[in-house]
Write a protein that binds this ligand. Structure first.
Ligand code: MN
Length: 314
């Protein structure tokens, strides 16, 4: 396999040295029956702290079928973080875990050197689906850890003047998510009440980005639009999110990631050879194990010489 061409994307931290308010429109992608907006990687192939992937889907309502149905597929070098605003998703993986995720809980899967999983809408469901799918790049010293899976039924939630904050990754103002991560980071869902603002303390050494999940929101006096990633830069000790009629945002951040990563399909690596090896192991049914609980064929890996987008909502 040595010297094989791999059409991977190189991603580096945005890593601003000052406050910013830059907008990066997402890309609309049809993934089977699921329409998603891809907000990371953005043009320029960037990370926000260790966050390297962000898909937004919903809100959808449905009467039949499975809007979420992602067959078994492999990951290396990352953690998947699934956060729902509404609806249900079932996770099954090659370690044998099965987990039903609902809003206010978070699923975190650490791929380490290799894991496979599948996700689907359960048979008994609310008829609604609304969420985000994120990935966290594992730092070099931890990217070969044993694979693991963690379900948190209810993440810390606190009410403060102006709104409600749920911290699903990292910590904020004394609220710390029980989810295990390998880099400093923050992932928070922020609800802003009508005609108020939510003031949040930030880490000046972190870079941050926000997306609108619903309603109306503004920051630094600028109205934010849905399906756009807003990069807030660094050197902020606080931020204020304001709303006229009520709004909801996702805020992610972390220290600018010091390593350059390679992304291809569902893999985060450092060298093309690692990607080629992982692809080969998936095709040869090595390393990743089987998702025995998922009823259906597994996803086939694309050709290495074509750039492969990350998987649907996974
Ligand atoms: Mn996945």
């Amino acid at each position: 396999m040595s010297g094989e061409r791999v059409a991977a994307e190189t991603c580096v931290a945005l890593g601003a040295t000052q406050q910013k308010l830059e907008s990066y429109p997402g890309r609309e992608i049809e993934l089977g029956s699921l329409a998603v907006t891809r907000l990371l990687p953005v043009k320029g192939k960037r990370l926000i702290g260790p966050w390297c992937f962000l898909d937004r889907y919903g809100p959808f309502t449905f009467a039949e079928g499975r809007p979420m149905d992602v067959a078994a597929h492999p990951h290396i070098g990352l953690q998947t973080v699934t956060w729902l605003l509404d609806g249900e998703v079932v996770h099954n993986d090659s370690l044998g875990y099965e987990s039903l995720l609902r809003s206010s809980g978070v699923n975190v899967m650490t791929s380490g050197n290799g894991i496979a999983h599948a996700e689907h809408t359960p048979t008994r469901h609310s008829g609604r689906l609304n969420g985000v799918q994120l990935w966290v790049a594992l730092p070099d010293q931890h990217r070969h850890v044993n694979a693991s899976f963690q379900h948190v039924d209810r993440v810390p939630l606190y009410e403060q003047r102006g709104g409600i904050i749920q911290v699903f990754a990292g910590g904020l103002d004394g609220s710390i998510s029980p989810a295990t991560h390998f880099s400093d980071l923050l992932g928070a869902d922020v609800m802003v009440h009508p005609r108020t603002a939510v003031d949040m303390p930030l880490q000046p050494a972190y870079e941050y980005a926000a997306i609108v999940l619903g309603g109306d929101c503004s920051v630094d006096g600028e109205r934010l639009h849905e399906r756009v990633l807003y990069y807030l830069g660094t050197r902020r000790s606080d931020v204020s999110f304001a709303s006229d009629s009520g709004g909801r945002l996702l805020l992610i951040g972390g220290p600018p990631f010091a390593e350059t990563i390679l992304m291809w399909w569902n893999f985060v690596a450092r060298t093309p050879q690692e990607i080629a090896d992982a692809r080969n192991d998936w095709e040869e049914r090595r390393r990743f194990g089987e998702v025995t609980a998922y009823d259906g064929p597994r996803l086939a890996a694309p050709s290495l010489v074509r750039f492969a987008n990350p998987n649907p909502a996974s």
